[in-house]
Design a protein around this ligand. Sequence first.
Ligand SMILES: Nc1ncnc2c1ncn2[C@@H]1O[C@H](COP(=O)(O)OP(=O)(O)OP(=O)(O)O)[C@@H](O)[C@H]1O
Length: 548
Amino acid sequence: MSLSADRALPAVGSKPAAPADRTPVLELSNIAKTFGGAVALAGVSLDVLPGEVHGLLGKNGSGKSTLVKILAGFHAPDPGGAMMVNGEAATLPLKPGDFRRLGLSFVHQNLGLIPSLTVLENLRLSSLTASGRARIDWAAERRAAREALSRFDLPLHIAERVDRLGPVDRALLAIVRAFEDIRTEIEATGRPGLILLDEPTPFLPGAGVEKLFALMRSIADRGSSVVFISHDIDEVMAITDRVTVLRDGRVAGSLVTAEASHEAVVELIVGRSLVRSAPRAVAETKARPVRVALEGVAGRRLQPCSIAVGRGEILGLTGLIGSGYEEVAYLAFGATRAKGGTLALDGGTPIPLSELSPRRAIDHDLALLPGDRQAASGVDSLSILDNMFLPDVDRFFRGGRLDHAGMRREARVLGESFEVRPNDPFLKLSALSGGNAQKVLIARWMNRKPVLLLLDEPTQGVDVGTRQQIFAALRAAAAEGMSVICASSDAEQLAEISDRVLIFAKGRIVQEIAGEAISKDHIAAATYASLDDKDGAGADTRMQEQMR
Ligand SMILES: Nc1ncnc2c1ncn2[C@@H]1O[C@H](COP(=O)(O)OP(=O)(O)OP(=O)(O)O)[C@@H](O)[C@H]1O
């Protein structure tokens, strides 16, 4: 597992100065935060201009979330820092009443919507709770909610329950609500507001991201500002006016996006340049003996289909959300009950998937890394060590006693080889940044050297440098014979690691791309081509349905 460290970065730096006539919406000076001796932020200074979409980038653990949590009043910073909002000094930590007054609003990764409530209730919740009125004028509330949606041309029905909305509409709703929460203040004072979006885009399909960007641009066009945190460099290059990159709790540099190249931004994030690996040749992928055979596997949306994976092959699965590809890993592991189908390993007796459980799958040397890291994958309240060895703690029993020293040693070695930072086996998983927690969970499964590793969005929330480490580790394990099925909506990721990619539409496999024919553009084009009608009609409508 190695990154190409071709050259050290030149000192990049100084933040582009704000034009003298434009008071920044947000100005941070020397913001620092230490957790029990560990430095998360070492004095960060940055500014955000009115009407600007400002990207905040950085490796896993570089301090982005800590900075957002300080701005959101969740953490108190260390003494010595200062914050100005529209030229006015603000005292940190901010208190609940301060956010609206200052025109600050947040959309966190989980979006903060209440699924069991309607669009109307979610939109108006904070204004209703803030007003303290005894009676609610629902006609006025409905009017206000419709206005809020039509302000940004959002065709949502106000009576729809949020748990019935698709991921794109939920993200759009969360952003409109964030703007709505500060709109009255913006209009009353004439001062711009600021919305901070902490990675709202993972899992959203391409067309959904475009809608989100249109909404962000529309907020900026009204004079307010957006801070956008993302690991997707292409997205950041497409939507932001400037970017600030954090590295090791410091500002590594700020750039005007239009003047910066993709490579320059990557170098600023990682601190060195990255070399991408080339896809393997078709001949290499064709020669593999079949190791894993899924026959007639069927799920909720997935129609009966058969998938064979070669020894040492990395097979990518993709399509639009809802096309069925996202079910395969869970069906093959027995985590979701299959409607039919069998799994055979190394030409052995086929196992009916309807009888497979995760426990049996683990006994057969299968491993699954679910996409929902927080809910389904790791246990936040347990230590790194516990999370690493949860599935196979048995092997550390010696004469009826648990070999704690052996566990500790192995956890350290494993953490080192996956570059978990900080590499302290006794830290709780919750104390790690999102990307570092993901490394722990990938390390856990790869350490078992499974026959088949099933991955769902393995690098979601993982920085550009760590992605390369994970890809390299997967390739090295595949070279030793491990087979991999990787489901992802990220065409770039699939292009980098896959020997073959299967494209799904409406529950079926509609295309296979292999070897040198694999590219990000080819995968993306095939995904969207799958929507085309033979008669050319209805594609747009269905795309909209699938996107929601
Ligand atoms: N509550 C906490 N206790 C101890 N350390 C923490 C805590 N929160 C964050 N840290 C540490 O502070 C550093 C910065 O973490 P932070 O979550 O801000 O990074 P990040 O840039 O948001 O990363 P990611 O992209 O992975 O989400 C990390 O080393 C992390 O382990």
